[in-house]
Design a protein around this ligand. Structure first.
Ligand SMILES: O=C(O)C1=C[C@@H](OP(=O)(O)O)[C@@H](O)[C@H](O)C1
Ligand SMILES: C=C(OP(=O)(O)O)C(=O)O
Length: 419
């Protein structure tokens, strides 16, 4: 358990690691590419290393060095693997690699933690089946463990429900170029978490693959294409930057997160816009995005496109005057923990009235007090409640090591938050 001590932050400058979402995608696309790829500023955390390990199981040669990761592309020719591929509680790894396994040889078993065995994937399995792939949930409950049998995929038209996770669509998009006749994907529900689709398309285009789209509901990806090998620089992670902007918001200090641009395709950068409406000042500088705290007032906001920033916003809302309403985030129930319940429970322990509805959270701002925070093996709960501890005494974070999922050096960087 870790005690967080309140502090004044006059003017801090922080560097966060590379984006988790971009790292997963570029590792996979590189593994399918036609040659040697060099990836700089990749995030090396529990989840991204699980993706890398799984790629090795599929026959991809990789080298992790201090400055970069090199990947020897397989042109989509993957090896069979008769041992289960363990993917922890990394939803991105499981969803994206389920589709990759469909390109392989023989049957692959994908497993994870107990919580992973509760995180849904049936809509993606259904889409793969429409494409002729044998893809099933071993316990027949629409969740991992999964068995996927790889082989050549003809392609064609496919309908996909994307109300629970955008990762299903990212998964199909990433493998579509490797189908014989290409894929025409129609999204029949959703998608939620739209910016993650833009990140997927961005990576595909950077590796020279062609595709056409109509917004977020129709995608046409020609077949028989291969990702072109090259060098790739992963931009800084905006979700991880969010904790430090939140630190400025709750302490009234100023924090610059280096290397982040307001124009990033990572949707979570827009948390700064939400903070602006709550009374913070946001300035784009050449070398980073700066947030300064002010008097905070409540907000009403649709967070469907920024699900990972909901816990962070909820903690900041606890310090704001008035009642904050966070809408359209039912998909938070299927994350590392049921985040609507975890956030409401832990805020209540701090004396804040917080209620979950079926699709969101209602938080009455006030004067939170210290508490021992349970983290539910959920990195984002640990990191956002640490932010609350910068402003009120007596906040203790239980099982603080869970941050390793996405931000292994979080606590060191957090220590840099001082004058
Ligand atoms: O594709 C991705 O990299 C991610 C998509 C989002 O999930 P959903 O699409 O399931 O909301 C997000 O919560 C997750 O942390 C990363
Ligand atoms: C939901 C998350 O990740 P994943 O879905 O990859 O487990 C997250 O990082 O907040």
């Amino acid at each position: 358990m870790l005690e967080i001590k309140p502090r004044n932050i006059a003017n801090a400058q922080i560097t966060v690691p590379g984006s988790k979402s971009y790292t997963h995608r570029i590792l996979i696309a590189s593994g399918l590419s036609d040659g040697l790829c060099t990836i700089e500023n990749a995030l090396k955390s529990e989840d991204t290393l699980l993706t890398l390990g799984a790629l090795k199981h599929l026959g991809v040669k990789t080298d992790v060095n201090d400055n970069n990761i090199t990947i020897h592309g397989t042109k989509g020719i993957l090896s069979p693997c008769d041992t289960p591929v363990y993917l922890g509680n990394s939803g991105t790894s499981v969803r994206l690699l389920t589709a990759v396994a469909a390109l392989g040889k023989g049957t692959y078993t994908l497993t994870g933690t107990e919580r992973m065995a509760e995180r849904p994937i049936q809509d993606l399995l259904d889409a793969l089946r429409q494409m002729g792939v044998s893809a099933c949930s071993v316990n027949n409950n629409g969740c991992p463990p999964l068995e996927i049998t790889g082989g050549e995929i003809k392609g064609g038209k496919v309908g996909l429900k994307c109300k629970i996770s955008s990762q299903y669509l990212s998964a199909l998009l990433l493998i579509a170029p490797y189908t014989r006749e290409g894929l025409e994907i129609t999204v029949t529900e959703g998608p939620v978490s739209k910016p993650y689709i833009d990140m997927t398309v961005d990576v595909m285009k950077q590796l020279n693959v062609e595709l056409a789209r109509d917004g977020y509901n129709f995608f046409n990806i020609p077949g028989k294409q291969v990702y072109k090998a090259g060098s790739y620089l992963v931009e800084s992670d905006c979700s991880n930057a969010g904790y430090f902007w939140a630190a400025a918001a709750v302490t009234g200090g100023t924090v610059k997160v280096r290397g982040i641009s307001r124009d990033s395709r990572q949707g979570d950068v827009r948390l700064t816009e939400v903070f602006e409406t709550m009374g913070c000042k946001v300035v784009q500088e050449k070398d980073g995005l700066v947030v300064s705290g002010g008097k905070l007032s409540a907000t009403e906001v649709d967070m469907a496109d920024m699900p990972d920033m909901v816990p962070t916003l909820a903690v900041v809302a606890a310090f704001a005057e008035g009642t904050t309403v966070i809408k359209n985030v039912a998909h938070l129930k299927a994350k590392e923990s049921d985040r609507l319940t975890s956030v409401a429970t832990e805020l209540s322990k701090m004396g804040i009235q917080a209620t979950c509805t079926d699709t969101g959270l209602i938080i009455r701002g006030g004067n939170p007090h210290g508490a021992e925070i349970d983290t539910y093996n959920d990195h984002r709960i640990a990191m956002c409640f640490a932010v609350a501890g910068l402003s009120v005494p007596g906040v203790f974070i239980r099982d603080e090591k869970c941050v390793e999922k996405s931000f292994p050096n979080f606590w060191e960087v957090f220590e840099e938050l001082k004058n």
